[in-house]
Design a protein around this ligand. Structure first.
Ligand SMILES: Nc1ncnc2c1ncn2[C@@H]1O[C@H](COP(=O)(O)OP(=O)(O)OP(=O)(O)O)[C@@H](O)[C@H]1O
Length: 224
């Protein structure tokens, strides 16, 4: 395995837990979740499942502090994520539908601009990360001209460079070919084996090579 996925930055620290309790979440006039509790521990791969509109994206954004619940508590290693904000932001990474890449910039330029913003030094690891996700030959191509799957891969490269212990991925298999899906599974397996954790929303089953998976279901039963 490449050096870049060797281990999350703080993996040598003690075990960690993202924990949510008694969440009440509304969107518009709809009550999505009420009295909802969950957790993600170090080493775990958690598969968040539920039908369209159940609130998976909403829940993940709330768990990361990107949006807020109407009620309930969310803690990181026992501290409210608002109090632990700096530590939590350094420890958690989000890979959503929109990877947040500037379209006029190349993947390399995007990552080079992003790394200092999240307190990471830029350097040769960008090239290593892009090669690892299969974009080694696309480093000089503007993101607006990349395919949907290539944009997804650029988002994965950013995840790798984040060195975060907790990964939250929203539908990471979308737009990826079979080789790309296998890559996601391998990255998840390596990350969790080496002390990280991941919360993954997906309508598709993750490949078996992703390793042990704990399911977390929201929404109506039997409607997956
Ligand atoms: N800003 C908003 N205003 C009103 N309703 C919203 C808003 N954002 C999301 N919703 C609604 O909240 C519900 C949950 O949306 P969310 O994207 O979290 O679902 P999801 O489980 O991720 O769905 P999918 O499987 O289709 O990706 C949906 O019914 C959606 O229409």
């Amino acid at each position: 395995m490449s050096e870049i996925t060797a281990q999350p930055q703080n993996a040598s620290q003690t075990a960690f837990r993202l924990s949510a309790s008694d969440l009440e979440i509304w969107r518009g006039e709809t009550l999505l979740l009420n009295g909802f509790s969950c957790h993600v521990d170090a080493g775990e791969l958690v598969w968040l499942r539920g039908p369209n509109g159940a609130g998976k994206t909403t829940l993940m954004r709330i768990l990361l502090g990107l949006s807020h619940p109407e009620a309930g508590q969310i803690s990181w290693c026992g501290r409210d994520i608002r109090e632990a904000r700096a530590d939590f932001l350094a420890d958690a990474a989000w890979c959503g539908h929109q990877p947040g890449l500037r379209p006029e910039l190349t993947p390399h330029e995007n990552l080079a601009a992003w790394l200092p913003l999240c307190g990471r030094p830029s350097g040769r690891r960008i090239e290593e990360a892009l090669a690892l996700v299969g974009l080694g030959d696309r480093q000089a191509q503007p993101c607006h001209s990349l395919s949907a799957g290539q944009v997804r891969r650029a988002g994965l490269a950013r995840l790798l460079l984040s060195e975060a212990r907790l990964w939250c991925l929203d539908e990471p298999l979308t737009s990826l070919d079979a080789e790309g899906q296998t890559l996601v599974a391998r990255l998840l397996a390596d990350h969790c084996r080496q002390g990280g954790a991941a919360l993954v929303s997906s309508h598709q089953a993750l490949p078996e090579s992703a390793g042990p998976i704990r399911e977390l279901r929201i929404g109506r039963e039997g409607t997956q």
